[in-house]
Design a protein around this ligand. Structure first.
Ligand code: NAP
Length: 257
């Protein structure tokens, strides 16, 4: 299991309070990493406590990922406080649903900020730090994992801002990989299928839509947050040392259909 060990590493994670990001944060801690959690406030201590129960360190920094000003100073603050960052996981995301001809610009701007511009800013700033780190014995300096979506490939319905942002996340992942893979920074994305989290409450409550989605998933079920534990540890660890620029679908077979 040494190949998958994250022992001695620190992961900076957005979106760790609940859903997919929480499971991913706990998975990385189970694999041995200490975790820096980026949250909008400190009211939710659940993930921090779970990580500490595993004997790992968890530190919360508060940032509103919808505010570019707030995001811009984050990485320098974390580094100045003495944390190294070996792994970056951009998992936070928001959804806004409206028919496209009625889509409000403020919702467009918010989705693009949280789901794409903030992802770029954190990749840029953490990537700049990783480039200054000494490579390990395998020549690795760090791993960056972004969370994409099936609408990185498909258009979705009534989610034009989300589809544009997630399409951007997939392309950003490849663009950064092209620059950084030779320098020991692997940049990959995980594209979840349909997962039963708060983000999908509207879809789950729409019985007809939920049934039609389910009927198209070869695995015969929606995903759950724990389905993402293996893929995130893989992409954060030495096991994926020669994998970069990949958008890994974890979708119960949806994209193969
Ligand atoms: N669920 C799915 O089917 C699905 C499918 C494809 C892709 N994804 C992607 O997977 C990722 C996780 O989704 P999920 O379903 O687990 O979502 P979720 O349960 O709704 O959780 C969203 C996370 O993002 C954080 N967040 C949102 N806006 C923020 C802000 N302005 N500042 C700080 N934190 C913020 C939330 O923090 P708070 O708790 O403070 O709100 C929460 O931790 C997202 O990138 C999503 O787009 C999900």
């Amino acid at each position: 299991m040494n190949l998958f060990s994250l022992s001695g590493k620190t992961a900076l994670i957005t979106g760790g309070t609940r859903g997919i990001g929480q499971a991913m944060a706990i998975a990385m801690a189970e694999a041995g990493a200490d975790i820096v959690l980026i949250q909008r406030d400190t009211s939710n201590q659940d993930t921090r406590l779970e990580i500490e129960k595993l004997g790992r360190k968890a530190t919360i920094y508060t940032v509103d990922l919808a505010s570019q000003t707030s995001v811009s100073s984050l990485v320098s603050t974390v580094l100045q406080d003495g944390h190294d960052i070996n792994i970056l996981l951009n998992c936070a995301g928001i959804q806004r649903r409206h028919p496209s001809h009625l889509f409000p610009l403020e919702d467009w701007d918010e989705v693009l900020q949280v789901n794409l511009t903030t992802v770029f800013t954190l990749c840029r700033d953490v990537g700049a730090h990783m480039l200054t780190r000494n490579p390990d014995r395998a020549g690795q300096r760090g791993s960056i994992i972004n969370v994409a979506s099936l609408v990185s490939f498909q258009g979705g319905l009534t989610v034009p801002a989300y589809a544009a942002a997630k399409g951007g996340v997939a392309q950003l992942t490849k663009a950064l990989s092209n620059e950084w893979a030779a320098k020991g920074i692997n940049v990959n994305a995980i594209a979840p299928g349909y997962v039963a989290t708060d983000m999908n409450t509207a879809l789950i409550q729409d019985k007809e839509r939920a049934a039609s989605i389910l009927s198209r998933i070869p695995a015969g079920r929606w995903g759950c947050p724990d389905d993402f534990k293996g893929s995130v540890v893989y992409l954060a660890s030495r096991a994926s040392a020669y994998v970069s620029g990949e958008v890994l679908t974890v979708d119960g077979g949806w994209m193969g259909r």
